[in-house]
Design a protein around this ligand. Sequence first.
Ligand code: GLU
Length: 470
Amino acid sequence: MEQHYSFFQGVERNFDKAAKYTRFEAGILEQIKACNSIYKMKFPVKIGDKIEVIEAYRVQHSHHKLPCKGGIRYSIDVNQDEVMALAALMTYKCAIVNVPFGGGKGGIKINPKNYTVFELEKITRRYASELVKKNFIGPGIDVPAPDYGTGGREMSWIVDTYASLKPGEVDALACITGKPVTQGGVNGRTEATGLGIYYGIREACGIEDDMKALGLTTGIKGKRVVVQGLGNVGYHAAKFFYDNGAIIVGLAEYEGGIYNANGLALYDVVAHRKSTGSILGFPGATDLKNSLETLEMDCDILIPAALENVVNASNADRIKAKIIGEGANGPLTPEADEILGKKGVMIIPDMYLNAGGVTVSYFEWLKNLSHVRFGRMDKRFSENQNATILSTVESLTGKKVTDSERRQIQHGPDEVDLVYSGLEDTMIGSYHEIRDQWIKLEKKVDLRTAAFVVAINKVGVAYEELGIFP
Ligand code: GLU
């Protein structure tokens, strides 16, 4: 079973599979699927004493809601098809978690490891100014964020470039999310995608019927987990599973993988990689020279959290996990879906499971537009009220709570508490929207198809309400 279609076509195939369960006419479906605007650019940057021509993209997949939203990746494998596919996934992702944005994605075709920080800053600022020139960035137009190969540092450069080209624009900070907290970011954004993955899988693992069908017990404690990728997404996903009692049996990075059926001490692995430069050679673990082999190791939950297409027709039948949680965007090809579906593996799809990042990006955007930190107005009010309630209860009952109970009860929410609770509520609510759809379709389709149906229904209605199809 050779893959004979592109990443974008793969997304289209998944869309088509789901579209037949919706009520929309062909024209609306075609409009939902299409990429609305594609901006391919080439610009020169002086690297050392040479001029290098850099290829970059920004794709706005859907304008049914504005701004468009989605990360910017730095990778030598960036190409138009990939950015289109990722932008399309953003549209469906935002719809699933009820975040009011259209999908977008950007990419610069470079290997960031080949450049100094100063050179990366030059490339990033030039890219940002190209976006400004063509009106492809702005708080109400298109709001990028981090993705593979980028982070808070790049977001700082971009917001600074944008603000300096738009003097006096009071909402300039909202032109991009994933900024460091000191530059207008929101507490909790860094770990948001990993935490969302944890909340999503925890919700799935909490449903007894579904776990029984997989031969698993409910809960996260004791579940054996393999994570591919120790970047921001994979690391934080692994961390939340580890901190909540899961056993991390396997970890993979590009240099190879490690496996220990008795569990790996996550923080020691990270320290080992930092000091030796490699995940390999970790005491007590088996080295897997071919990183992809790690995906095939025995476990309950596999979380591919690196790049697309890593589970495909060539390795899907060797996967032993009972649950696959897609941390990355598009880690499974449609053929892999088919093979794994037949084996009864539960696949929790990317456009739901890794939506924690964009959900908290939405919170950051709201914070920037409201110009106030979450909790600033009500934290003290809640604390005072809690203290009054507590002292009333104490005097009515004649009993006193301990100091640590008092601290817990009286505590008013900090920004990070509100962000985490908003994220948790989103991930729980959206899981049930997808599962309800799955039940409605009598479990005849997989969760990805059910998720697509949920997304298509929301985007389709938005297009109908826009009145562009009279
Ligand atoms: N790049 C992330 C994603 O693929 C985050 C996007 C965002 O926060 O806008 O979901």
